[in-house]
Design a protein around this ligand. Structure first.
Ligand code: GRF
Length: 204
């Protein structure tokens, strides 16, 4: 990743509020991104509308994941290489990436998760944390490794679950936190300010 401005692919399957937060930061000039691309596996995902609004190219993957994971991985690598993608941001992407894809883009794929990992990894993290009764939860940005939600943690932000707070209010607070945190961390990644030692990530 030697160029000053990088090419970023955002993978998303749903609403796309994080995608839009990233795009806004690109437009504002905060993120050094020359080209942004959306990769999605859901034809009707709202994120596609958001991409249209900002005239961002979106690539729709086959809705039925191919059984041959290796073939799928090579195809995906080829798409990203032909678009000269430097880094990948997962933002609500609901498919597990093939191991060889993760290896190919080692330490160039990040994900945002709506809890303080390693607590509440996996789906429905916000409601599981709420129903469990924890008093603090939050958002985590981490590098993607072969194990889902287990890669080296880059940054975390705490959201307090205050007395009387509803689940929907908590969801709003976490999303607001994510929309601030994710562009900040992408900025560090794209400017090559992250150093990994074993699984500890340091900002340089
Ligand atoms: C976010 O909460 C993110 O942490 C999780 O999926 C959700 C995506 O939300 N991985 P949106 O589609 O960006 O609104």
């Amino acid at each position: 990743m030697k160029k000053t401005k990088k090419n970023l692919a955002v993978f998303a399957s749903g609403n796309g509020s994080n995608f839009e937060a990233i795009v806004k930061k690109i437009k504002e000039g905060f993120l050094p991104v020359a080209k942004c691309l959306l990769i999605t596996d859901k034809k009707n995902a709202f994120v596609r509308k958001r991409a249209q609004k900002y005239q961002i190219k979106s690539i729709l993957l086959d809705s039925v994941p191919c059984k041959n994971k290796e073939k799928q991985s090579q195809e995906l690598i080829q798409i990203l290489e032909s678009e000269k993608i430097d880094a990948v941001a997962l933002a609500g992407y609901m498919r597990i990436l093939p191991a060889s894809f993760v290896k190919h883009f080692k330490y160039r794929i990040v994900n945002i998760h709506p809890s303080l990992l390693p607590s509440f990894a996996g789906k429905k993290a916000i409601s599981r944390a709420f129903n469990y009764g924890v008093k603090i939860t939050g958002a985590t940005v981490h590098f993607v490794s072969r194990e889902v939600d287990r890669g080296p943690i880059i940054a975390q932000r705490v959201v307090e679950i205050k007395k009387g707070m509803s689940l929907s209010k908590l969801e709003k607070e976490i999303h607001k936190t994510e929309h601030r945190l994710y562009p900040e961390i992408l900025n560090l990644l794209l400017n090559q300010k992250l150093k990994i030692k074993n699984r500890r990530v340091e900002i340089i």
